[in-house]
Design a binder for this molecule. Sequence first.
Ligand code: FAD
Ligand SMILES: C=Cc1c2[nH]c(c1C)Cc1[nH]c(c(CCC(=O)O)c1C)Cc1[nH]c(c(C)c1CCC(=O)O)Cc1[nH]c(c(C)c1C=C)C2
Length: 478
Amino acid sequence: MSGTVVLGAGLGGLSFAHYYLKRFPKETVTILEASERVGGWMRSIKKNGLIIEKGPRSIRPRGLPGANTLQLVQDLALSEQIVAIPSNHPAALNRMIYVNGELHRLPNNVMSLFKKQPPFSQPLYKYLLNFLTSATKPIPENDESIYSFVNRKFGIEVADYLISPLICGICAGDAKEISVRFLMDSLFEKDQRHGTMLQAFVIDGLSSFGKKGEDVPKSDLYQKAAKEKWSIFSFKDGIEVLPQGLERWLKKEQRCSIVLNKQCKQLELSKNAAKVTLSDKSEIRAKHVVSSLPASKIGNLVKKQYPILGDLLNSIPTVTVAVVNLEYDKKLPIKPGFGFLVPPKENLPILGVIFDSCCFEHYPNEFENRTLLTVMLGGRWYDKYFDRSSGDEEILNITFKHLATILNVKERPVFADVSVLENCIPQYIVGHVKQVKEIRKFVHEHDLPLSLCGSSYDGVGINDVILSAKNAVERGSG
Ligand SMILES: Cc1cc2nc3c(=O)[nH]c(=O)nc-3n(C[C@H](O)[C@H](O)[C@H](O)COP(=O)(O)OP(=O)(O)OC[C@H]3O[C@@H](n4cnc5c(N)ncnc54)[C@H](O)[C@@H]3O)c2cc1C
Ligand SMILES: C=Cc1c2[nH]c(c1C)Cc1[nH]c(c(CCC(=O)O)c1C)Cc1[nH]c(c(C)c1CCC(=O)O)Cc1[nH]c(c(C)c1C=C)C2
């Protein structure tokens, strides 16, 4: 019988194995990965010295999850590989939205709260006043959409032009469906507990709005990030350096085997043991199984044996994003910044565009006169704008058409690459927190030898996924 079997060698599965082997020095782990490589959605392609990111590209160093990632990066001896964007860099300061045919910079400092900045019809401090003084309304089921909360507390313009594009830029989702608890858990709690936010400030105190008392691991790298005021960071050879660093660590450890091209096709769970059946019909018996797969995939694997658990897991939806990487052989006349987002109200297939060559200026000198862009399309609206059969050509033509309108970029790139990332980002829709609680309760009550980690449950970002793996090791099961 094998020890612990981890399904999936994306960031979640690799991180779980890392923390597990550190915590239990005598245990062994087998990681089963369906594809031919580790890293899941984290994929960086080197092309003539340029780094093309097919999925994620930046990590936030802040808060407990950020500090935990920095500790991991340091433990994996990857600190020297970091490229960081400081908070005064244009890529940290300039995030834009495309509204009514124009790009608008989002407010980025206190002073900008007092100026009227289009597309907003009044200075932002007026929305803040509304937030502080508007009376609360009891919300059934203790959850509502983030759009409805922000509309209620700040007003419709903040919901349409700030929150809706932000939700696109984090989970490619519709703010009208995503739970308020995804990003504004503590604000929502306060809103429900007090008559107004102003009362909450007075009664709870200002400090309770921050993350007070967090036990943050203060690694040397964390201190450096704080001193140098990093806004976000990546690695010289791209974000994939992180899963590759974990793979290297695990291989050195010798108590872990990573088996590629092995898809888990069937899973049988009993009280103290599990049977994993693979694509080649071979079987592995394990004392514990850890799933880092998207919830619906593990849902389908357990459905036959535990239909209730299968249904609960299957109710966490995902969306598909088309990622288009473009390289131009000149410096395009675009405003320096991280990029722009398109609010869903604009009814465009584009979710947002990242100005890569502005963000990470670590490319070799000969590429100084080049521009790299990443365009993300579809998300929650993928089926509205594309067919499942839409080919690269169609996606590229749509991309070119909109880049010409929005950025006035009419020339064709010297390199273009399209990837459709099927079901790549989970959607924390209204009721998500309750759903995850029910899932964990079911696993505990049935004493199943199963742990869940990855982006489907406690946060979709890189930091969240690493922390979810660490917490899963601590929890034991569920
Ligand atoms: C386009 C995009 C942009 C993003 N940008 C950012 C960003 O800038 N910053 C940030 O913090 N986060 C970002 N993210 C989020 C981040 O990439 C993810 O949260 C993280 O990579 C998810 O890791 P995971 O291990 O949970 O899942 P995955 O990466 O999906 O890993 C799951 C693994 O399981 C394997 N698998 C599936 N089925 C089976 C099976 N039956 N048997 C065995 N193996 C199986 C898969 O092949 C895969 O390797 C982005 C995500 C996307 C899609
Ligand atoms: C347009 C689509 C997307 C862009 N990035 C993502 C999508 C779906 C995915 C994504 N981006 C971030 C995260 C991690 C969140 C976290 O918890 O750390 C994920 C999963 C980071 C991020 N990107 C933007 C914001 C505001 C954030 C949150 C954290 C931060 O402040 O850095 C903005 C943004 N994302 C995209 C664009 C074009 C854009 C803004 C111009 C692309």
